[in-house]
Design a protein around this ligand. Structure first.
Ligand code: EPU
Length: 451
């Protein structure tokens, strides 16, 4: 059972074609690991292009709790970790955001131990952490589970296994294990190899950040391995870095524009290296959109995506690890499929429960079958009709918003908090694209039921 925040609602008047330019925000899933990683060092770090979203603000509140100094202003985040004196995070804070578990590695690196509440499942699935815990044990730590907390401590150098094999290329485990392995490598003075790591751009950005700060690592994107070698932390007085752009926010707006039969120009990142260009990070999405029949054009300064009044083909795709189609765009793609007069098949392969938002789409009149909680059969082309709906989770909420944009009449979306977790200036950005949407405070309690 989950509480729904109904203090605010979004009112959407549907059937406006989206049209205009998008300047993408800094990446949510890029920012969180950079912020977490910053506490491993002992000098101030300034991060640019950090989105002002709820998940970032929650992580900042956890940093403040452990006595890290933080100043967040206009997408610039200054982190001064020199006075951090806590290695334990209370449940009251950790339970607000699953990604707080990503602090495990950086805290262990700093204090040789960490106590963090065991993360629960969430609205998209079980979300296990067995690989994180397995890796910690293999790297010579004791892992205790007491009173709902994970306590990683008591490092023993004779117990370090120098080769770790992940059975899933988990994003979260890769981010945590790099710190645990760095800690162990420095003590045993030897190299540690981790096989089958995640190579999502947000993880590679973290690797680059750590390399710049003295970590001695080597990785292969194609072979998916990471070697962590002994090193000395840099003696910087100050370090600064730029977060990458948000491929999922960008993909959400592209899908929204196309679902309303509109057009959008996405401003590309001019300073990042090739691996972080949106045209590459979104290749799996842009390729499927081309196959379906949308017009996609690439320019030096951006990407143009448009509906061109041609017959559209059904979508047939499954989610996967990068560079395959991202699970974080699966719900929004289902909403696009609803706007296409065909039967599309979209398969979820990363999370075990990522279709909960479909019930809300059905309230708008969507005809979707879910098979084995893994495959969505989307019978698109029916006119959707505005309704009161709930943003179930960040991406499910985005999918619901997209559907209300091309549904007829007015829709009311509650649980806006979920959208605020991941999307900065969402209302202004959609209105700049000529949508008709408003954020309102909610005086009456509209919804009685809970998930
Ligand atoms: N898994 C395990 N064992 C583990 C770790 C993961 O079985 O020890 C399973 C999970 O249960 C899940 C799958 O592996 O089914 C993927 O998990 P992963 O660890 O790769 O994902 P994550 O670190 O929990 C991050 C993003 C997610 C994104 C996934 C996949 C952040 C803060 N979160 O989650 O983002 O969907 O990677 O790309 O970076 C979102 O932004 O909406 C979001 C959910």
């Amino acid at each position: 059972m989950y509480n729904i925040d109904d203090s605010e609602i979004i009112e959407v008047v549907g059937q406006e074609k989206l049209e205009g330019e998008l300047i993408p925000q800094g990446s949510k899933n890029g920012a969180l690991p950079l912020i977490a990683a910053s506490i491993a060092f002992d000098y101030p770090i300034k991060l640019y292009n950090i989105p002002n979203i709820e998940d970032v603000n929650i992580l900042i509140s956890i940093l403040k709790y452990i006595n890290c100094q933080v100043d967040f202003n206009k997408n610039e985040l200054l982190i001064d970790p020199r006075k951090i004196d806590k290695y334990e995070i209370p449940w009251e804070l950790a339970s607000k955001m699953r990604a707080s578990f990503d602090l495990l590695g950086p805290i262990v690196f700093r204090f040789s131990k960490a106590r963090i509440p065991f993360p629960g499942g969430c609205l998209i699935g079980n979300r296990k952490v067995d690989i994180h815990l397995y890796a910690a044990k293999q790297l010579g730590f004791e892992v205790e589970l007491t009173k709902g907390d994970v306590f990683v401590h008591n490092f023993n150098k004779s117990k370090v296994n120098k080769v770790i094999n992940f059975w899933i290329p988990s994003v979260g485990a890769t981010k945590n294990v790099i710190f645990l392995a760095a800690f162990a490598a420095n003590i045993i003075n030897d190299e540690i190899l981790i096989n089958n790591i995640a190579v999502e751009p947000e993880v590679i950005k973290l690797f680059d950040f750590l390399l710049n700060n003295g970590f001695n690592i080597e990785y292969s994107i194609n072979k998916k391995y990471l070697k962590v070698k002994p090193f000395k932390i840099k003696n910087y007085t100050f370090y600064e870095d730029y977060n990458i752009l948000d491929r999922i926010e960008t993909g959400t707006y592209i899908l929204a524009a196309l679902a309303t039969k509109g057009k959008i120009f996405i401003k590309e990142d001019s300073y990042s290296k090739e691996y972080f260009k949106l045209s590459l990070m979104l290749d799996s999405l842009l390729s499927i959109l081309k196959q379906v029949g949308f017009n996609i054009e690439y320019y030096n300064d951006g990407i143009y995506c448009a509906y061109e009044n041609t017959k559209l083909q059904p979508i047939d795709i499954e989610t996967g690890y990068y560079p395959d189609f991202p699970t974080d765009l699966q719900p929004q793609l289902v909403s696009l499929a609803l706007s296409i007069n065909s039967v599309s098949t979209i398969k979820e392969k990363i999370f075990d429960d990522r279709f909960i938002y479909v019930n809300e789409l059905r309230r708008l009149g969507a005809d979707i079958d879910i098979l084995d909680n893994k495959i969505a059969i989307v019978k698109g082309g029916n006119e959707l009709s505005g309704a009161k709906v709930i943003a179930t989770d960040i991406r499910g909420g985005a999918a619901i918003l997209i559907a209300t944009l091309f549904a007829n009449n007015t829709s009311i979306i509650s649980n806006v908090y979920q959208l605020k977790r991941g999307y900065e200036n969402l209302i202004d950005k959609f209105n700049n694209l000529k949508a008709n949407i408003k954020l309102k405070s909610n005086k009456e309690k509209i919804y009685e039921y809970r998930f």
